[in-house]
Design a protein around this ligand. Structure first.
Ligand SMILES: [Cu+2]
Length: 197
């Protein structure tokens, strides 16, 4: 009796697997990038995994562009930048937004490769998720040689587009404000208007 019921169940499961497997075979998907980086929602896991806080030439950690929005705070893994390879599951940078209570929340992934490294062995600029990387020339705020980068806002919605560098709903002002508020022991009123994804 149990066996007779089990056979249709197995057939049904096989049908599901056959449907799911072809799409799962491609690793170049946002879903895979998201599941591969879920552990980094805890920033201490990022530090333990070799990611380090990045500041720009002015010593700023939270990267913003007045009028366009912000990226947030970047943690970069130098070893992954050195490899010059791109893997959706292993982004060169993790981008966090500092919350009003001072906690850091993972919001985006950033894939980075130096232009000289990439161009030495490729004829075309890099692509991931079907998206072209943007080129940042030398003389940039990070003091890096020319580099290609692609942001993927897989952990927080970006209303201007999943792969746009700036998110108008990320703010940097919260860093100081959070510190002051926490120091004063006052209640925090959350200024975040929208929580995506
Ligand atoms: Cu960025």
């Amino acid at each position: 009796m149990h066996v007779r019921h089990a056979i249709p169940l197995v057939v049904a499961l096989l049908a599901i697997l056959v449907t799911v497997l072809p799409s799962a075979a491609s690793s170049d998907t946002i879903a895979n990038a998201r599941s591969a980086t879920a552990m980094y929602n805890d920033p201490t896991a990022a530090l333990a995994g070799g990611y380090e806080l990045l500041t720009d030439a002015a010593g700023l950690a939270c990267i913003a562009q007045p009028g366009a929005g912000a990226m947030g705070v970047h943690f970069v893994k130098g070893a992954l930048l050195q490899t010059g390879t791109l893997d959706p599951a292993r982004p060169q940078a993790l981008v966090y937004e500092v919350q009003p209570d001072g906690q850091m929340r993972l919001v985006a992934l950033e894939y980075v490769v130096l232009q000289a490294t990439w161009d030495a062995s490729h004829n075309d600029p890099p692509m991931l998720f079907g998206e072209k990387f943007m080129l940042t020339p030398a003389g940039n705020r990070f003091g890096l040689p020319a580099f290609y980068s692609l942001h993927a806002w897989v952990w927080k919605h970006n209303p201007t587009g999943t792969f746009q560098p700036w998110n108008p709903q990320v703010r940097c002002g919260d860093v100081e404000r959070a510190e002051q508020t926490v120091a004063a022991g006052a209640d925090v009123d959350a200024p975040i208007a929208m929580e995506g994804m």
